[in-house]
Design a protein around this ligand. Structure first.
Ligand code: NDP
Length: 247
């Protein structure tokens, strides 16, 4: 029980990586707050975790809705604050910039950048007051590189990496650790958010070939647990996790 007595808030907990991290943290004794927009999914995960003995809360919200996130922040403070934030909610409606799908650019910027900042803001002051806390931002290998069609998504993930590195430097003297997790291709529902039909087809068919195994959400949960379980004087700043066969 590595995280008994810790309260962890997982955004994007209704599927994929967030769900896997929530399960892993609950399995290690953490009290969990689950967030996403699809409340029915959060309810069924909460039931599952409660049946295994975990203490679980639900805060359904759109991370890009500033007012809603401020309300969540108040409710988290009333719970007694957050020790661990898994800042994971994200969306990936990728397409060539030259196709000009402006609504999708706005959505990625709102969810992947503003949403990440609103969640940090919701927990940071409480962590700094207690002089303890760990913020884990989920960016991507797209925080380090980019590909045709991935320009705006990669822009948002480069931003998350820059935000993580800056926050780490600002927060260290307040006892708050920051980790940026950078997964390669993980087998989740993320490609369903791609509105561009041709690109969605390419991504969903596993562009690295049928025999090139993608990462599983549990592989990323393992990386998150590794970062969180280090002793107080160790801050794993970044973890880049590739599927072995991904270029
Ligand atoms: P999923 O699509 O399975 O999960 C995305 C999660 O984000 C869902 O729980 C979704 O919940 C939530 N979410 C999306 N938009 C919003 C919103 N506006 N407000 C609140 N929650 C929202 O994908 P993954 O698990 O793969 O993605 C998790 C993170 O990992 C993302 O940040 C993604 O960019 C990153 N990542 C994923 C990779 C991959 O290959 N899968 C690779 C690298 C990084 P709901 O729809 O219920 O709101």
């Amino acid at each position: 029980m590595k995280f008994k007595g810790k309260r962890a808030w997982v955004t994007g907990a209704s599927s994929g990586i967030g769900q896997a991290v929530a399960r892993a943290l609950a399995g290690e004794g953490a009290e969990i707050v689950l967030s996403a927009r699809r409340e029915d999914r959060l309810q069924s995960l909460a039931e599952e975790l409660k049946n295994q003995g975990a203490q679980v809360h639900i805060e359904a919200a759109d991370v890009s809705d500033r007012a809603a996130m401020e309300t969540v922040a108040e409710r988290l403070a009333a719970l007694g604050g957050i020790d661990i934030l898994i800042n994971n909610a994200g969306t990936m409606p990728i397409s060539p910039i030259i196709n000009g799908r402006v609504d999708e650019w706005d959505q990625m910027i709102d969810v992947n950048i503003k949403g990440v900042l609103y969640a940090i803001n919701a927990v940071y002051s409480g962590m700094a007051e207690r002089k303890a806390g760990h913020i884990v931002n989920v960016s991507s290998i797209a925080a380090r590189t980019t590909y045709p069609s991935a320009g705006v998504y990669a822009g948002t993930k480069h931003a998350v990496r820059a935000i993580s590195e800056t926050l780490r430097k600002e927060a260290i003297r307040f006892g708050v650790r920051v980790t940026d997790i950078q997964p390669g291709s993980v087998d989740t529902e993320l490609p369903d958010s791609i509105g561009h039909e041709k690109i969605r087809g390419i991504v969903k068919s596993n562009m690295y070939g049928e025999d090139a195994a993608m990462l599983k959400a549990d592989d990323i949960a393992n990386a998150v647990i590794y970062a969180l379980e280090q002793p107080e004087h160790v801050d794993v700043g970044e973890l880049l996790i590739w599927p072995t066969r991904q270029e």
